[in-house]
Design a protein. Sequence first.
Length: 90
Amino acid sequence: MQITLSTQQSKILELLSQQGGYASLEDAINTALVLLADEVTQQHPDTNPDYRAWVEQTRLKIDEGLHAAEQGDFLDANDVLSQLRQRLAY
């Protein structure tokens, strides 16, 4: 799936990445999605099991990413931003 971010969304992600709170833009996006999923789930506890399974899988991926970052295994933010800019240029 390909997603196009608005200028404002791109700036927010760049700022988060620059501040060092996330190892990559993907980590920032994953965290945002998990928080959104938690909010939706709390508001609608009868959410279908497939959605809850997706939330759990996303949490596991975030945990894996955080563990990798703790071990020093992450991409440089400038490299990630460069890759994103290249994708947007096409």
